[in-house]
Ligand binder design. Structure first.
Ligand SMILES: CCC/C=C/C(=O)SCCNC(=O)CCNC(=O)[C@H](O)C(C)(C)COP(=O)([O-])OP(=O)([O-])OC[C@H]1O[C@@H](n2cnc3c(N)ncnc32)[C@H](O)[C@@H]1OP(=O)([O-])[O-]
Ligand SMILES: NC(=O)C1=CN([C@@H]2O[C@H](COP(=O)(O)OP(=O)(O)OC[C@H]3O[C@@H](n4cnc5c(N)ncnc54)[C@H](OP(=O)(O)O)[C@@H]3O)[C@@H](O)[C@H]2O)C=CC1
Length: 284
């Protein structure tokens, strides 16, 4: 059973059905545990069943595991049909599955570029389109579109992701997809937002990338630490809750200020002999 939330009232998501991709690890698992603790039913998907089942074991009976590769249209259709058959509705879609590899742009092959854009951009589109057309746009008991929420995770692409041109392009595409659809699908009561995440100390982040890069990561964040998975989970829960009802078309950056400046302030080239930030002397 999920531990009670440290932030939100228990039951704030009671009755909600949430579909979340990539729930078998890292940020997706943390979000699943928080959403279940708040009363939601959460269907999680990923390519491998084992990590999904581990999350279910931690979350309890209100969580279910579904194998699905979000890049495959037929698998995505079958997933959304399964979740609707099981729970009867979907209130919120969390697009969290994603990722990339680190490589100099000139070394990335067409296949490598397509692999990453297909996962992050096409996969997010397939999931969003399937949930919208099958669960959000069809009429409910009152004869009006049911509506719903879409929350899409990106790795903040706002200043360019050096060494990740494929992901940089795909994540910017996801953010603009959310903005665009927030206009077109407002008439169906669908609200869409993106969470632009900075760097979080998940198992995969700590182990997948070159050791030097990981070791330097916290030092590149102005507040001098990595994000904690529960901090991401709380933002997802807030957006899914009534507190998030007037957010649509927004990109919420959660990164300890890394988008604004890579490193502590002041940097070594910006200090005087005493180590204080440089300042301009007053004129006259
Ligand atoms: C860092 C900032 C903060 C943290 C952010 C995070 O997101 S943390 C969380 C991060 N979490 C994740 O990223 C989790 C999800 N990520 C993944 O599943 C993989 O990283 C994936 C996105 C590559 C997809 O995997 P897949 O099984 O679908 O694909 P595949 O393996 O079969 O490769 C297909 C093609 O891609 C190419 N290529 C691949 N690797 C390299 C490379 N190192 N070098 C060069 N090229 C590479 C190559 O062309 C290859 O074809 P080939 O040459 O073999 O014919
Ligand atoms: N950790 C960080 O610092 C940051 C992470 N992010 C992003 O947040 C998300 C979660 O990151 P994190 O938890 O660290 O990473 P993980 O690698 O732990 O999580 C990625 C999840 O997505 C699933 N997944 C990958 N490919 C597919 C696919 N084709 N279809 C379905 N599911 C898939 C994986 O499961 P499986 O392999 O079984 O399919 C896995 O559970 C990712 O999009 C990541 O890029 C963004 C900013 C920073």
């Amino acid at each position: 059973m999920s531990a009670p939330s440290r932030i939100f009232a228990p039951g704030v998501l009671e009755g909600q059905v949430i579909l979340l991709s990539g729930g078998g690890s890292g940020l997706g698992r943390a979000a699943t545990l928080e959403l279940v603790a708040l009363g939601a039913h959460v269907a999680i998907c990923g390519r491998r069943i084992e990590p999904l089942e581990e999350t279910v074991a931690l979350a309890g009976a209100r969580c279910s595991a579904h194998v699905c590769d979000i890049r495959e249209e037929q698998q995505v259709d079958a997933l959304v049909d399964d979740v609707l058959a099981r729970y009867g509705r979907i209130d919120t879609l969390v697009n969290n599955a994603g990722g990339q590899f680190l490589a100099p742009a000139e070394e990335i092959t067409p296949k490598g570029f397509r692999t990453v854009t297909r996962l992050n951009l096409d996969g997010t589109w397939l999931m969003t389109h399937a949930v919208a057309t099958k669960a959000f746009i069809p009429a409910g008991d009152d004869g009006r579109p049911r509506g719903g929420k879409v929350i899409s995770t990106t790795l903040s692409p706002h200043n360019g992701l050096a060494g990740m041109v494929h992901s940089s392009a795909a994540r910017a595409g996801v953010e603009n997809m959310m903005r665009e659809l927030s206009i077109e699908w407002a008439r169906f009561g669908i609200k869409l937002n993106a969470i632009a995440a900075g760097q979080f100390g998940t198992d995969v982040f700590m182990t997948k990338y070159p050791r030097e890069m990981v070791a330097a990561a916290a030092g590149q964040v102005p507040i001098q630490r990595l994000g904690r998975p529960e901090e991401f989970a709380w933002l997802v829960a807030y957006l899914a809750s009534p507190g998030g009802d007037f957010f649509s078309g927004s990109v919420l950056t959660i990164d300890g200020a890394r988008d604004n400046h890579a490193g502590p302030w002041p940097p070594a080239v910006h200090v005087d002999d005493a180590g204080d930030p440089l300042r301009e002397s007053r004129r006259g």
